[in-house]
Structures are given as C-alpha cells and as structure tokens.
Design a protein. Sequence first.
Length: 231
Amino acid sequence: MTLGQRIKQLRVDKELNQPELAGAMGIEQSYLSKLENDKAFPSDEMFEKLLTALKMTVDDFIKGFDRTYIINHLSKLSFVKQHTEGLTQSNAKYLFKWIIVSSLMIAFGITLYMAGEKSWADASEFRVYYKSMGVVKKDEPLLLFEQDPERLPNDILARVSPETVHLSQKNGDFFVKSVDGGSRYYEYIRGGYTRSKSLNNWLRIIGMFIGVLGVVGLLIEPKIRRLRSIG
C-alpha cells in the first residue's frame, strides 16, 4: 500500500469525500487528489493537518504500511521518523531485557540443579537408632529377648516383635520404656547423620524447569524480534 492509497482508504472509511477532507485540512481539493494519486508528497505541516483532520495518531496511520515502505518512504516525514526511531529504541530495550532475563534464568536454573546434584543444600540431621525385640512382661528379665532364641519357649518366641526407634541424641547404650502389657528394652544400634534427599531432588527439578524456560526464551527471541518489528 502506498501513501496515497492509505489516505484514500482512510477518507473512505470515515465516509468523507475529497472536498470534505480537503476543507478539513484547509487545502485545495486538487492537491488532495494529487496526494491520493501519489503525485505529491506532503510536508510535515501538511501531514500534521492530515492527521488532525482524520483524528488519528501517527501510530494508527502507519499501521497500514509495510515496514520497508515506512523506512524507505514515510521516514521522510519528521513525525514518522521520530515515531519509528522511538519504537526501534523501545524494541531494543525490550529485547535486551528479554535476553538478560532468559540468560539469568539459565544461570539460576543451572545453579539450582547443581545445588541439588552436589547436595549443597544438605538437609541432614543426627539420628541415634535403638532396637527392641519385644514386650517384656512384669517379673520377666529385661534381657529376655536378648537370650539365645533356641533356649526360649515357644510362647515367648511368639511374642517377638522387633521395633526400631530413632532419637536426636544418644540416650546411653540402652533404655527401658513402659508400654501396654509391660515394657520394652531398647538397645543402641548405631548413630550418625542421615541425609534427606527430597530437598535436593526438588532443587534439581526446579533448576531444570527454570533453565529450560530460559533456553526457550533465547530460542524464541528472534521470533519476538520479528513480531515487534512488524508491529
């Protein structure tokens, strides 16, 4: 579409004839006819009058043109040139932020993934484990189940019910705890730090997700650039 075709299109869309638009612009109808037939090119003052008569902004007016035509022809008009330069700078800032954010997402994602992979966020805790083989009834020896199983009667063997508990600190080599039916004798088994893998797994998952989003952002940046250029 040429400049003249655009002027004629807008005049028709607003249901104006040439004399009406020419009168609104304060120019001769013959000059408007030359503009619509691309036999004349408007000055900055004339272009401003055209926009005022059509009640349009520069942005609305140039939306009907190909970007190449705007650069090669319409940029001769100061209003259009300033507008396109402003858009170019705005797009450049937008795309620069897009690239920076995408790159930071990749870096942050990799950092989180490595934190999980190397267990940097070590959610470990100290645990001490004790084990009891069964409930000891009243008047029975506490070490009843610690004896050789071959020497125990069948009724006592039937009561064997191993149970392991863990504490945050060592409570001696053994301790006794009252339970229903008697008491349990807990003997120290082992102690040390145990590591929770769930936190590190989540760090890997979140890190990978953020990193992938960053990569996608960089991959679609050229498309975003083209779309904003067209706009």
